[in-house]
Design a protein around this ligand. Structure first.
Ligand SMILES: Nc1ncnc2c1ncn2[C@@H]1O[C@H](COP(=O)(O)OP(=O)(O)OP(=O)(O)O)[C@@H](O)[C@H]1O
Length: 292
């Protein structure tokens, strides 16, 4: 059985609102990043993959099984939602054990897996810590442990690093990468840096349409020759911000160093530079807005 998600012509409407429009995507094992602005449809797509929402049209198969077989699909998938909160008055071990019971895992399996998983997410010394006494980062790591308690082939994580401090963010990202060694991990985020650091392949959604699917390398290629840096006077800055998408800016007392998106040389003195993922994302978004 292949570890693969195949999405064909997927549509989702909420009343009159079309949240996903003819999405076609194949996701293989490893880390897959899902990017897009607010309201692009990321959560909708993830909830459909986790069988928490029905689709309106199209087909989805996870490891060969149609998404309509929700019982089998739930065995194969783990989901960490955006607003994950777990039984605050329980200790981390008790909460995991309780969720294990709800998933129908026998006691012997729970006894073996829970300590292993708490160790994997570096909470082995917090077995007795109440969930409500944990930091945001610890709670997110516990969320991952519960999402993989039944050993799913697919882990779906919705904006997991928002609000985490840099150290916790890096720790969390590394944990996801480890988990992705033998699974599909889908990571949805607004934070381009998280994708850049961890994902080989990505999809970008905008207003329900998939506007990019492929490798991070390929995305950088899209913006090749379109990103410039320039040192400009502070007086010129408002005009430049008005005319171009500025992806970076450092302002000092005397001048400003800007990074901007432009199809051709924007003005004398600007120099081409290598695109990073954020530049390429901004370029693609700008292109999309112009086309539509
Ligand atoms: N239950 C619902 N009823 C009606 N419209 C909805 C519902 N859920 C989502 N939508 C709409 O569908 C679109 C996609 O929403 P979704 O939450 O999937 O986007 P998102 O990319 O996850 O956004 P964010 O990054 O802000 O979480 C939005 O326009 C949203 O307002």
């Amino acid at each position: 059985m292949s570890t693969e998600i195949v999405i064909q012509n997927l549509d989702k409407t909420y009343g009159k609102k079309q949240a996903l429009k003819n999405v076609n995507l194949t996701i293989g094992s490893g880390m897959f990043g899902l990017l897009g602005p607010n309201g692009a449809g990321k959560t909708t797509l993830m909830k459909i993959l986790s069988t928490l929402l029905p689709k309106t049209g199209g087909e989805v198969r996870i490891c060969g099984t149609d998404i309509g077989h929700s019982r089998e699909i739930r065995k194969m998938t783990g989901y960490l939602p955006q607003d994950f909160s777990m039984y605050g008055n329980m200790s981390s071990y008790e909460a995991m054990d309780y969720l294990g019971v709800l998933s129908g895992l026998p006691k012997s399996v729970r006894k073996e897996r829970i300590p292993d998983l708490l160790e994997k997410v570096n909470l082995q010394n917090n077995k007795r810590t109440k969930v409500k006494a944990m930091s945001g980062g610890m709670r997110r790591r516990l969320g991952i442990a519960q999402a993989i308690l039944h050993d799913p082939k697919v882990l779906i994580v919705d904006e997991p690093t928002a609000g985490l401090d840099p150290e916790e963010r890096v720790r969390f990202r590394n944990l996801l990468c480890e988990i992705a060694e033998d699974r599909i991990v889908i990571l949805s985020t607004h934070i381009v840096g998280d994708i850049e650091a961890t994902c080989e392949n990505i999809g970008i959604l905008n207003e329900g349409r998939l506007i990019y699917r492929g490798s991070v390398e390929g995305l950088l290629g899209e913006a090749y020759g379109k990103i410039y840096t320039a040192r400009v006077s502070k007086k010129e800055l408002p005009r430049i911000k008005e005319e171009y998408i500025v992806t970076g800016m450092m302002v000092s007392a005397a001048h400003a160093d800007v990074r901007l998106v432009s199809e051709k040389l924007p003005f004398q003195g600007a120099a081409l530079c290598e695109a990073n993922v954020e530049d390429a994302y901004m370029y693609l978004m700008q292109k999309e807005r112009r086309v539509r």
